[in-house]
Write a protein that binds this ligand. Structure first.
Ligand code: ADP
Ligand code: MG
Length: 314
């Protein structure tokens, strides 16, 4: 399905949730690692990138995880540019104390009919008797599960998703962080499509503190960091080495003969990356995105992109 062009959030457009109403049906968030709240955007949205009357998740990672707010927003901005379907994510501040968080657009209610519901990968893996391990899974199992549910273009979705995860260095695509949208028509078995790629904040080196950015930003430091980065799953379960970010993309491209589609997701230029990060540095937000972090993330993204281009022979 083509992705409609979206209005971007500008550097001076951090969303204040003052006056937004909590969702009466689900005021507190669904499953997941961190505290979250659900809000409804006012009917007259403060900015053009928001949808009046629509539901949003507000995630507030704190302490050493606070930089995940930026990772989630930058991941969305990159996804928009390379054409991977990710729920829109915006910088926002909480009502009352103005504490920082990331505001994520729900994927039902507008693009997908409210009759659709999200079914996490883990639910269907367990239902079908796959051995599941939240610490390390298997891409082959995930693909077989999707095919068993007759999901259209499952191979293409996984190709895009592992390229996107390798580009941003996401290490957390476990089976509660991907899933299906399921629709049950009258008297019919439910049918399944892949859900947009959600929960992308465990990425972009968020864990590296400000005081260590300079030493990690050298070419050797960045190369070491990339070499250590792994997808949450290997090619098969328990095969950790095959899950290295670039390695898994290479393996899948070869086995599925899908490198053209994967290469197509790597068209992002140095200047696009730098312009995006410069906007982050300029944005007044309680969690700063420093010049030093911009330099580190810029080198990380460019080196990851180039390593993937080389591995896939793009
Ligand atoms: N855009 C979205 N629309 C609808 N439900 C979502 C969306 N993003 C996440 N969810 C649901 O919320 C849960 C928690 O969100 P997630 O981003 O995974 O947070 P956490 O970092 O706490 O794991 C997900 O497992 C999924 O069920
Ligand atoms: Mg999650």
């Amino acid at each position: 399905m083509p992705i409609a062009p979206r209005i971007p959030q500008g550097p001076n457009e951090v969303v204040s949730l003052e006056g937004w109403l909590p969702d009466d049906e689900f005021p507190y968030g669904p499953i997941g690692a961190k505290a979250k709240r659900i809000f409804i955007c006012p009917d007259r949205p403060p900015y053009g990138f928001l949808i009046g009357g629509h539901r949003y998740i507000f995630k507030e990672p704190q302490g050493t995880k606070a930089q995940q707010i930026w990772s989630e927003v930058i991941a969305y901005e990159l996804a928009r540019r390379i054409g991977v379907e990710v729920p829109p994510a915006f910088l926002a501040t909480a009502p009352g104390n103005g504490s920082p968080g990331v505001l994520i657009e729900y994927f039902y209610g507008h693009r997908y009919d409210p009759e659709w519901r999200l079914v996490h990968g883990i639910e269907r893996l367990q239902a079908r008797g796959f051995e599941t391990d939240l610490k390390r899974g298997s891409l082959v199992d995930n693909l077989n599960l999707c095919r068993a549910h007759k999901v259209p273009n499952a191979g293409g979705w996984w190709a895009e998703t592992i390229i996107f995860d390798a580009l941003i260095g996401n290490t957390d695509r476990h089976s509660e962080n991907w899933g299906f949208l399921a629709e049950r028509g009258a008297n019919e078995r439910p049918h399944f499509i892949m859900a947009p790629v959600f929960d992308n904040g465990t990425s972009l080196g968020y864990i590296i503190g400000e005081d260590r950015l300079a030493e990690r930003s050298t070419p050797e430091g960045v190369a070491r960091f990339i070499a250590k980065g792994h997808h949450h799953f290997g090619w098969t379960a328990g095969d950790k080495a095959s899950g290295q970010h670039v390695e898994l993309c290479r393996r899948f491209a070869r086995e599925a003969k899908i490198s053209v589609l994967m290469c197509d997701k790597l068209h992002i230029s140095d200047s696009e990356i730098d312009a995006l990060l410069a906007d982050c540095v300029r944005t007044p937000f309680p969690i700063r995105f420093s010049e030093e972090r911009a330099l580190f993330v810029s080198r990380l993204l460019k080196m990851r992109r180039d390593a993937l281009i080389e591995a896939l022979g793009c």
